[in-house]
Design a protein around this ligand. Structure first.
Ligand code: 7TS
Length: 408
């Protein structure tokens, strides 16, 4: 199944714009955030125009409509990741907050001084810092699955770490720098055999290929709407029912309670126990529309398209003298190409590319330890999604030859 790329691009109005007169946008920064299709924009616009009200608290028509739309979105998201029940889908602000929820609620109830948490060297700061904070507070131990020079997880070292009786294995499904797609099912199976709970950072996987929580048998999955053509400000924590049921609340306030007395409260049922205060209602509606949109295009077709573009990009980039790519070959990675270029600072690369309309990202991409591992401070990173084209890759390559000219 192939994508009708011209039709897809028409769904994303922003892709038509010029960044300056006569300079069309070439958006190669979807790993940071994806662009939004009309289906998502109209779902949110319709919500505010027709149905806007606070949820769960009113009996009037709009409050009921808003509540229904908010819960229908949860059902769409549950279906998208094949969760057994929408009650296992907790709305958060983003992947970062979802991971923090696990660190504050599950980990503080279950981990004590000396307990081991296994992470990897390729984690985004969002899956490092919550554990640093807990480590300082509780004295939990952190160990890291090493990254090999070709950008893969060293699974032999993982096997050794598992002998130390870890309580949690928390890792990214796909690296936002190397693009590496980690063998999640295998890592989770081994963690369970060692008696550990698993948390999968799906920020870069859920948007790009089919992630089935039941097939993976994962305990927790964190992801963000904005990377999967949905709005900013909303994400999800999926969890196994028994774990979520046993977890204490994270944030306290409205909607997460069943009853409040002056000196005590009873928490609400799932998923509301973890949804304190007025949530991002229009954003939830947009998130549901994003899942429906991606499903209607087809996750397999999206993954196949990105694979084709990535393979082409890696081939073209490898031709450029002085350019060094990081991460594995195309068959082991998603749509990310991070590179250094002839000693030119990545910010300069990004700035010159911007002058020809090509939007890429430069820096440490919130993965400083990974860059340190490769003895570099920063990389330039181009990334691809369902709307990316080979001619956009050509524009990137042309732009990089301009960089070369400029810096001699
Ligand atoms: N985990 C991974 C693997 C990520 O790539 C990101 C964001 C996050 C967690 C955090 O997601 P958030 O929605 O909570 O911010 N990655 C990037 C990036 O690569 N460039 O900008 C954000």
């Amino acid at each position: 199944m192939t994508l009708d790329i011209n039709r897809i691009r028409q769904d994303f109005p922003i892709l038509d714009r010029e960044v300056r007169p006569g300079v069309p946008l070439v958006y190669l920064d979807s790993t940071a955030t994806a662009q939004k299709p009309v289906a998502v924009l109209s779902a949110m616009d319709d919500f505010y125009r027709r149905s806007n009200a606070n949820i769960h608290r009113g009996v009037h028509t709009l409050a009921e409509e808003a509540t229904t739309l908010y819960e229908q979105a949860r059902e769409a998201i549950a279906k998208f990741i094949n969760a057994a029940s929408p009650r296992q889908v907790i709305y958060t602000r983003n992947t970062t907050e979802s991971i923090n929820l696990v660190a504050y609620s599950w980990a503080r109830a279950n981990l004590k001084s000396g307990d081991l948490v296994i992470l990897t060297e390729m984690e985004h700061h969002s899956n490092l810092v919550p554990w640093h904070i807990l480590s300082a507070e509780r004295g939990i131990r952190l160990e890291f699955i090493p990254v090999t020079p070709d950008g893969l997880l060293d699974l032999a070292e993982y096997a050794k770490l598992l002998e130390q009786n870890p309580k949690l294995v928390s890792f990214t499904h796909m690296s936002n720098v190397l693009g590496t797609i980690n063998p999640a099912a295998e890592i989770i199976r081994l963690a369970h055999a060692a008696g550990a709970v698993t948390l999968l950072d799906g920020a870069q996987s859920v948007p790009h290929f089919k992630v089935d929580v039941q097939a993976l048998d994962v305990d927790f999955l964190a992801f963000s709407a904005h990377k999967m053509v949905g709005p900013t400000g909303i994400g999800v924590l999926y969890g196994k029912m028994a774990l979520l049921e046993a977890m204490p609340p994270f944030l306290g306030g409205g909607d997460m309670i069943k009853e409040v007395k002056l000196r005590s409260f009873r928490p609400n049922d799932l998923p509301y126990k973890f949804e304190a205060g007025t949530p991002a209602i229009a954003e939830a509606v947009g998130f549901g529309a994003a899942c429906s949109y991606l499903s209607s295009v087809g996750m397999e077709a999206i993954a196949a398209h990105e694979h084709e573009i990535t393979q082409y990009a890696l081939e073209r980039l490898e031709e450029i003298p002085g350019l060094k790519l990081f991460g594995p070959a195309a068959d082991k990675k998603g749509g990310v190409a991070a590179f250094t270029f002839d000693g030119v600072h990545p910010h300069d690369v990004a700035q010159i590319l911007d002058s020809v309309g090509v939007a890429i990202r430069a820096g440490h991409h919130c993965a400083q330890p990974l860059h340190e591992k490769f003895n570099i401070q920063a990389t330039s990173r181009a990334s691809f999604y369902l709307y990316s084209t080979k001619s956009e890759v050509d524009a990137l390559v042309e732009g990089l030859y301009k960089v070369k000219e400029y810096f001699g």
